[in-house]
Ligand binder design. Structure first.
Ligand SMILES: O=C(O)CCC(=O)C(=O)O
Ligand SMILES: [Fe+2]
Length: 363
């Protein structure tokens, strides 16, 4: 099919979204300009040159076990309270595994369209596995230049049975080796808010885990499109592996060294590092002390980019609200208690719109 056969917006939408060809399918047709449906309004477009890069060095997590524990813990708390994003090294996830994951992501998306379409919503053999494109295509005025596969973890058996053959083993290994780090980070962050933290409280915050693989094909017009629009993540902490291409931008919540509140800075790719960011759940739990960072992704004209996030989130039945100890010391609760499943439905039911997702729980 030639691009010119998309004589209206619907046939493009059907090809990319409904039939499961994705952005990759569109690119394989040889489009030389992004279709109208992908053109963002000017205020959502991402200029390449203007953003500064995050200068903070990555946090060395191996030091949490030694005499520097308190300094490193303070660094983590400071990052969560200010930008809501930081990078970590010596995180316990083997470096060879990071390389294998990126290769597996390329392998998945470079498959024939019909192999990927097996995992489309409605077709997938498991509700825990979903291949798709953009974020909420039915709700979006402009689509995001991104395809993804999303894998929710329940048990090892389920993962090995239903996750795509081509990436299941590395994805499971990534999840397992990252979880220990997530728990250590949460212990640091929660014990900064209240004296004692039970393991069961940490477990409740990460009751559900999801590994995604994002694929952003090279885009003919990066100035007109976004890979991912402005959003915050809904969960507790996100672990993100990005490749060397760059394009992940975070909005500054508080004035930083040379960057003013409201400006965007790039999280630079650092070989071997993982990116950590605070999600809405942790912002709610901390009554707003920790910042669920607004972020977005720019596309690139020369190379396809992959990123592989792990989202840790509460179970849908879990209630989340500000910790009583924090409310007591703040004298006011900024969020109400919500059932996480309701929060999640609201999140997935709307197009990306910055940190608007938090309004659902705001008082
Ligand atoms: O690709 C990236 O760097 C970030 C992706 C992202 O923000 C997400 O999947 O929620
Ligand atoms: Fe995100």
């Amino acid at each position: 099919m030639a691009p010119s056969t998309f004589d209206d917006g619907n046939s493009l939408f059907n090809f990319v979204v409904r039939d499961g060809y994705g952005v990759k399918g569109l690119v394989d047709l040889g489009v030389s300009n992004v279709p109208e449906r992908y053109v963002q309004p000017p205020k959502e477009r991402i200029e390449k040159s203007s953003a500064k890069s995050l200068e903070a060095s990555p946090v060395d997590l191996s030091k949490l076990d030694g005499p520097d524990h308190d300094n490193v813990a303070a660094e983590i708390v400071r990052a969560a309270e200010s930008l809501g994003f930081f990078q970590v090294v010596n995180h316990g996830v083997p470096l060879e595994l990071l390389a294998s994951l990126k290769a597996a992501a390329f392998r998945f998306f470079e498959q024939k369209p019909e192999n990927k379409a097996l995992f489309r919503k409605g077709a997938s053999p498991s509700p825990n596995v979903k291949y798709g494109t953009s974020f909420a295509p039915e709700k979006e005025k402009a689509l995001e230049w991104k395809d993804y596969i999303s894998m929710v973890y329940t048990t090892d058996d389920d993962a090995l049975k239903f996750w795509p053959e081509i990436c299941k083993e590395v994805s499971l290994e990534y999840l397992k080796t990252s979880l220990d780090m997530v728990k250590r980070l949460l212990k640091v962050l929660i014990s900064n808010l209240k004296m004692t933290v039970e393991d069961s409280e940490i477990e409740a915050l990460i009751g559900l885990k999801m590994v995604n693989m994002n694929f952003y094909p090279a885009c003919p017009n990066p100035d007109l499109t976004v890979g991912v629009g402005r959003h915050s993540d809904m969960g507790t902490l996100t672990v993100l592996l990005q490749d060397g291409i760059g394009g992940l931008y975070v909005k500054v919540e508080e004035d930083m060294d040379a960057v003013k509140k409201g400006e965007w800075i790039e999280i630079p790719p650092i070989s071997g590092a993982l990116v950590i960011n605070v999600g809405d759940t942790l912002q709610i739990l901390s009554n707003g002390r920790y910042k669920s960072a607004e972020h977005r992704v720019r596309t690139t004209s020369t190379q396809s980019r992959v990123s592989i996030p792990i989202f840790t989130i509460p179970k849908p039945i879990q209630k989340i609200g500000p910790l009583p100890q924090v409310v007591q010391s703040d004298g006011v609760a900024h969020y109400r208690e919500v059932v996480f499943g309701d929060y999640m439905n609201n999140f997935f039911g709307n197009a990306h719109d910055g940190k608007k997702s938090l309004d659902f729980a705001k008082i």
